[in-house]
Design a protein around this ligand. Structure first.
Ligand SMILES: NC(=O)c1ccc[n+]([C@@H]2O[C@H](COP(=O)([O-])OP(=O)(O)OC[C@H]3O[C@@H](n4cnc5c(N)ncnc54)[C@H](OP(=O)(O)O)[C@@H]3O)[C@@H](O)[C@H]2O)c1
Length: 227
């Protein structure tokens, strides 16, 4: 599969490497092409190419890896025609500058705001609770941590699950895009707790429950595993 990533920060670089290691073709996009070229060459994976945001948006799957507070909505606006019909993987948490709170009110989420601005794009929310250092060493002992996947388009979720097959997380269908309100705020909570207890930022959630095993249907019904 082909994926374009917008932004060469903590998440963009790690997600580019993760998807490239699963054999996907990645365009790592930056506002600054020379920065993208330097970072892509440092990642030493032939299937990661550098590009602009426009170039990265040519891919059928697009993942913006930047903050809403830094102008994500404005960056996406001119890309709207190119994003029509595509899968957009939304990883945003609408943090303020000092990470003490969110800049969006309780009755919405980054995922819903993006979907509202791009009504013809298929938005799937994921990776919101996975703090960046987890990607460097994803296993917690023998345990894989969870990625809660939200979206209103079942077909788009299925493409997402195919894309992420074999990556070191357990993917759980967490329902509609509206559930991003809760999932994004879980990141606010984990950030505060991780700093209080000294394990920030190597942390993520794991939904417990001994009735369920990877790959089997269970009482939760829509739980989906990829290990
Ligand atoms: N950090 C985490 O642990 C984590 C976890 C889950 C989700 N997220 C979400 O992932 C997204 C990216 O987070 P991150 O930690 O990777 O951010 P980051 O390290 O600050 O990188 C963000 C990237 O956004 C691009 N960008 C575009 N416009 C910008 C502007 N005006 N100012 C600054 N950067 C701008 C930059 O890439 P170019 O210069 O290459 O254009 C920059 O490298 C956010 O929405 C965040 O909520 C983060």
């Amino acid at each position: 599969m082909q994926i374009g990533i917008l932004g060469t920060g903590r998440m963009g670089v790690r997600l580019a490497a993760m998807f490239a290691d699963r054999g996907h073709a990645v365009v790592l996009g930056s506002r600054d092409l020379s920065r993208a070229e330097r970072i892509a060459s440092g990642l030493r994976r032939a299937n990661i190419k550098a590009g602009s945001y426009e170039h990265a948006t040519n891919a059928p799957i697009v993942l913006p890896a930047m903050f809403i507070r830094d102008g994500l909505f404005d960056q996406l606006d001119p890309l709207r025609p190119a994003l029509r019909g595509k899968l957009l993987i939304d990883i945003t948490n609408p943090f303020n500058d000092d990470y003490s709170d969110f800049i969006l009110p309780w009755d919405t989420s980054g995922a819903e705001q993006i979907q509202a601005r791009l009504p013809e794009t298929r938005v799937v929310g994921a990776f919101k609770n996975v703090w960046w250092e987890v990607f460097d060493a994803p296993r917690f002992g023998d345990t894989l941590s969870d990625v809660f996947v939200v979206g209103d388009d079942a077909g788009a979720k299925q493409i997402f699950l195919e894309l992420t097959q074999g990556t070191p997380f357990r993917y759980i269908d967490a329902g509609s895009l509206k559930n991003a309100r809760t999932i994004e705020r879980m990141t606010l909570l984990s950030g505060e707790m991780g700093q209080r207890y000294g394990f920030f930022p190597r942390m993520n959630y794991k939904l417990l429950g001994d009735q369920w095993r990877p790959g089997s249907a269970d009482a939760i019904g829509s739980l989906i595993a990829r290990t």
